[in-house]
Write a protein that binds this ligand. Structure first.
Ligand SMILES: Cc1cc2nc3c(=O)[nH]c(=O)nc-3n(C[C@H](O)[C@H](O)[C@H](O)COP(=O)(O)OP(=O)(O)OC[C@H]3O[C@@H](n4cnc5c(N)ncnc54)[C@H](O)[C@@H]3O)c2cc1C
Length: 403
């Protein structure tokens, strides 16, 4: 459509030049289109598959005002897939500098930062105890993102940095900080939050990331039991519900303490979970897990929404006395959010929720140490994390250039 000041490009956190790549596809230069996408977004193929376009580019498409928006993400994926089949296009040689920067965490934020730093000429080392890819590799279910789709990006990116398969602890953090010109932290939110109710240590109660990781790694051999209850109300809980169904659970019930209106989910995912036969029950709070050694069910209490609102603007749920009931379950999955798993970051200032505090330019309280992705902002999206990485790389460049 050649929109002037394309709103889709502005809405994309990595600011992909969307009119440009679409017009390249139109003129049959599909490889060129893929290059445009990849230059802006390090996880181009992954985002082409699962970026929530209902939140970003497509939601503001000018064409949507006339009839329906252009399927931007699908065109983006078409381009990166085409390039994948034809072989990677040549990338321009980047300038070379002698300065070294370390990145800790090879998820979307770390990879986004490493790619941008490489484009600016830096020598980059990425530390991660696992294979690169972060949550998209380890936890996002295969039926939404197969490992090969993610690897199409990580294999392309691996030519731009050195990967050190090492987990960083307090000692290594200090060593890296002293030996490198600057450092970018992007370790995400690897620790599941729990409910804090009695019985959570019983067998059969699983934190959601552990469940999803296990399912992604061993989907064919994993046993789930007949009845599954999931506690939560976000996208991650919907992924867990759809995964449990696919693993053969006869009944999957999701319980949420507020109403559907307050759920923070992408509508497409909610519909998909319902289509899979997941039962979603609202206005229910978990009280305790029932069982002796193994969980047999979960005691719940009905809630109602009070007039008071919390900081997120949502009505606060209040328990209704005398409304307890038990839902029988073989497996109970707790999906109430994640937090940072990094005791070794004791010297870095935090903000509310335990997230790392950064100032303008993604600088932490420690000089020369920058941070981005979910660990500074809470649960977000892949494209937002890549964008943090990109912006932080430019801030690191400014910081080092001024030194
Ligand atoms: C189940 C699930 C489904 C999701 N679905 C979507 C979706 O469909 N679309 C979307 O856009 N977003 C989705 N998200 C959100 C998205 O995955 C995250 O916002 C994004 O992965 C955050 O990127 P990150 O780089 O900040 O952290 P992460 O992806 O968590 O990566 C952090 C990396 O740091 C490494 N690390 C941790 N500790 C250390 C250490 N001590 N030393 C070295 N390395 C370390 C980890 O191994 C990991 O590789 C989903 C999230 C979840 C949990």
């Amino acid at each position: 459509m050649q929109c002037f000041d394309a709103p889709c490009t502005a809405a994309c956190p990595t600011h992909i030049d969307i009119p440009k790549f679409i017009s390249m596809i139109k003129s049959n230069n599909v490889i060129g289109a893929a290059e445009v996408v990849k230059t802006s977004n390090a996880l181009a193929n992954t985002c082409g598959k699962i970026c929530p376009e209902e939140v970003f580019c497509q939601s503001v498409c000018t064409r949507g005002k006339q009839d329906s928006p252009i399927w931007i993400r699908e065109l983006h994926f078409f381009a990166t897939q085409h390039e994948k089949e034809k072989g990677f296009s040549a990338t321009k040689a980047f300038p070379k500098s002698k300065q070294n920067v370390a990145v800790v965490g090879a998820g979307p934020a770390g990879l986004g930062c490493a790619f941008e730093l490489a484009k600016l000429g830096y020598q980059v080392e990425i530390y991660d105890g696992r294979k690169p890819g972060g949550v998209p590799r380890n936890s996002i279910p295969s039926f939404r993102l197969a490992v090969r789709e993610l690897e199409s990006d990580t294999k392309f990116l691996s030519r731009f940095f050195k990967l050190k398969t090492q987990s960083v602890d307090a000692n290594r953090f200090e060593q890296i900080r002293k030996s490198q010109e600057a450092m970018f932290l992007a370790v995400g939110l690897g620790q599941d939050r729990m409910l804090g109710v009695p019985g959570e240590k019983l067998k059969g109660v699983i934190p959601v990331l552990k469940f999803l990781e296990k399912a992604k790694a061993n989907s064919t051999s994993m046993k789930i039991g007949k009845r599954v209850v999931i506690v939560g109300g976000g996208n991650v809980s919907l992924d867990a519900a759809a995964t449990a169904k696919r693993l053969g659970a006869e009944s999957v019930t999701l319980i949420y303490r507020r109403s559907e209106k307050e759920m923070r989910v992408w509508k497409g995912e909610l519909e998909e979970a319902r289509k899979q036969g997941v039962e979603i029950r609202f206005l229910i709070n978990p009280v305790n897990i029932v069982g002796r050694i193994k969980a047999q069910g979960i005691r719940c209490r009905q809630t109602r929404l009070s007039r008071q609102k919390d900081k997120s603007g949502r009505q606060i749920p209040v328990e209704v006395a005398g409304s307890d009931f038990v839902l029988d379950a073989d497996t109970i999955i707790i999906a109430v959010g994640q937090t940072i798993e990094a005791e070794w970051l004791a010297g870095v200032e935090r903000q509310k929720g335990g997230y790392v505090k950064v100032g303008e330019g993604f600088q932490t309280s420690v000089p020369g140490v920058f941070a981005g992705g979910d660990m500074i902002a809470g649960e977000g999206t892949i494209v937002q994390s890549v964008a943090h990485g990109k912006q932080a790389a430019r801030a690191i460049h400014e910081y080092l250039s001024a030194k």
